[in-house]
Design a protein around this ligand. Structure first.
Ligand code: UDP
Length: 240
């Protein structure tokens, strides 16, 4: 049984590549296939799925300044990077027998559809996994904000924000071994305690639309299924 009918899963670009891979492939075959296995399992359960992919494994807009490239161009490079990841993920999903398509917020090439909320909603309801690329389509935003926006636009019940650490902590768990994880938080508590759940714009969008956010670690086998079934994985942030 699934606790959610329709989910929006945010996967960062970094999570799709393996930093130890000597070939420096931007997409790791093992990581992508494992991710698709997790997605396929919840898709088989009948869960409707939208995915937003990041592009950090290829390019981030804030790196532009170092190159002497203007920020807006850098952000366009970052958005195009997410399109590359989205096409790759679509391919791996399809080869595993999961129907998938890509909607891009910026016209990229003939390989992807241009984003259309109504069409995407229909495709998700028909059990096609829709991968949203190019974030919001605008510079100065993040793919987290793109993910919150797409979740609201396509009527998702929850925003699954996958991260490197298994939830929201009172301090950075990578730097502090005594960091304590929160199992549940309200939007108000997260704000009050000044906790970094998502970037401010993405967080505000979720809060305004009462869209629950689950922050969890995706790389652990079965975690997506546990999350979908409402088991306690990560940190659940809700309105009350
Ligand atoms: N980006 C953007 N507008 C958006 C979403 C993303 O300009 O709405 C650009 C931005 O430069 C960002 C890059 O795309 O650095 C890749 O996205 P992000 O850093 O969020 O990827 P992730 O960290 O999730 O891999």
């Amino acid at each position: 049984m699934s606790a959610y009918k329709r989910i929006l899963l945010k996967v960062s670009g970094e999570a799709l590549s393996d930093p130890t891979d000597e070939s420096h492939a931007i997409l790791s075959k093992t990581i992508c296939q494992n991710l698709v296995k997790e997605i396929k399992a919840v898709h088989d359960l009948g869960v409707e799925i939208g995915i937003v992919v990041g592009g950090g494994n290829i390019f981030r807009g804030k790196l532009a300044a170092d190159l002497g490239v203007e920020r807006i161009k850098g952000d366009q490079m970052g958005m195009l990077a997410t399109v590359i990841n989205a096409i790759g993920l679509e391919g791996v999903l399809r080869s595993a027998g999961v129907p998938a398509c890509v909607h891009s917020a910026i016209p990229a090439c003939q390989a992807v559809e241009e984003f259309n909320a109504e069409r995407a909603k229909k495709q998700i309801a028909e059990k096609t996994v829709v991968i949203f690329a190019a974030g919001t389509g605008n510079p100065f935003f993040t793919t987290d904000t793109g993910a919150a926006l797409r979740a609201v636009q396509t009527g998702c019940d929850v925003f699954f924000k996958s991260t490197k650490v298994p939830g929201v902590f009172d301090k950075d768990p990578i730097k502090h071994s005594d960091a304590v994880k929160y199992d549940r938080l309200t939007f108000g508590e997260a704000l009050e305690k000044n906790l970094q759940v998502l970037d401010q714009t993405a967080f505000a969008l979720c809060r305004e639309n009462k869209l629950p956010i689950l922050v969890f670690k995706l790389g652990e086998e079965g975690n997506l299924m546990r999350a979908v079934q409402g088991e306690s994985v990560g940190t659940l942030v809700t309105d009350n």
